[in-house]
Design a binder for this molecule. Sequence first.
Ligand SMILES: Cc1cc2nc3c(=O)[nH]c(=O)nc-3n(C[C@H](O)[C@H](O)[C@H](O)COP(=O)(O)OP(=O)(O)OC[C@H]3O[C@@H](n4cnc5c(N)ncnc54)[C@H](O)[C@@H]3O)c2cc1C
Length: 382
Amino acid sequence: MHLEFTETQSLIQQTARDYAQRRIVPVAAQIDRESRFPKDILKELAELGLMGVNIPASLGGAEAGAVAYVLAMIEISRACASTAVAMSVTNMVGEVITNFGTEEQRNRYVPMLTSGSVVAGSFALSEGGAGSDPGAMRTTAHRDGNHWVLNGEKMWISTGDHAGVFVVWARTADRQTAPGTRGISCFLVEPGTPGFSVGKHEEKMGLRGSTTVSLSFEDCRIPASALLGEENRGFRIAMMALDGGRLGIASQAIGIASAALEETVAYVKQRKQFDRPIADFQAIQWQLADSRTELDAARMLTFRAAWLKENKKPFSQEASMAKLFASETAVRVCNRCVQMHGGYGFTKDYAVERHLRDCRVTTIYEGTSEIQRTVISRSLLR
Ligand SMILES: Cc1cc2nc3c(=O)[nH]c(=O)nc-3n(C[C@H](O)[C@H](O)[C@H](O)COP(=O)(O)OP(=O)(O)OC[C@H]3O[C@@H](n4cnc5c(N)ncnc54)[C@H](O)[C@@H]3O)c2cc1C
């Protein structure tokens, strides 16, 4: 058993860390305060190879594997969780198209994402009435000659107003004949297609530099060649993509909470009460120790799931365990960090306030903690 990173993994980690500390950390609070989408930064991430970490070099990716991806995501998330969302979804979209696309689809879309010629990709599965249960989706696609015609509304779509390509799921068979998750297909949609528009922007508690929008399809005609994978078998693609996506969210949670903990360690050493640094109090020391231990456990779960993915072994249950534990840990750690900052932690003068808001969603998106528990227990009980 090796617990050391390879040269490539260490290089990617260092590249992401250096860039994040130099370029992102100084503007992260401003991105949050002004709800500013970090377009320029995302382009630079692509130039560094971080928009396709686990994508073949022939498609413009870094071809560095899933563990390297996790390491890069942690570093970018330590600096700015809003930037990390777009990075995570874009890597996921690139991998989906790489794994399930035709040669033509791959060559058309993946290099766009990895090179930064478009700032992001979007993953459009959820709907207002279909979140934890995406099989209940109402968006439809029907075949009309050489086209598919999409109708419906997607909700919560990250970076949907900036994406250069959308992976969209729609029902292609009648709910009666193909109930639940059967009869769902997956499509690639380009922005600007007639009948396709971006709707409401959500006003969020955290991740304020990341945009979250609804998408509307009204008799939106896309070519027959826009089908990704097989007709009526698209749900499988979504589930496989989310297994990988959960590694991204676990990493995001770890990165955010690591930043909060680092800032808290520095704070408790200089903040004095009762004529001593508050770091002298055992109540503070134990919170730091628990946080560090739990975060390291989250890291190990995430590295293991990524290693399994990289080595082409089953990793669905492990990815859910990593996402569940890392996200719940991050919320707990960030909450403790605010507590250790006292009243100052409740103000915008200290970054822990932003970290707590940013990490809150990690137990919700790409499958809530309750859904992760369902996935894990299903594997156990099978
Ligand atoms: C900031 C943000 C960005 C997002 N980005 C994207 C994106 O890019 N693409 C995309 O497709 N989606 C995206 N989502 C959607 C996200 O994946 C969903 O919000 C999430 O899956 C939960 O769905 P829901 O909000 O409808 O909650 P619901 O499904 O309504 O859940 C509400 C509560 O009920 C619980 N619950 C539901 N079913 C069960 C069950 N069977 N057992 C136990 N408890 C249950 C849930 O755990 C939760 O606590 C995003 C969401 C947010 C907030």
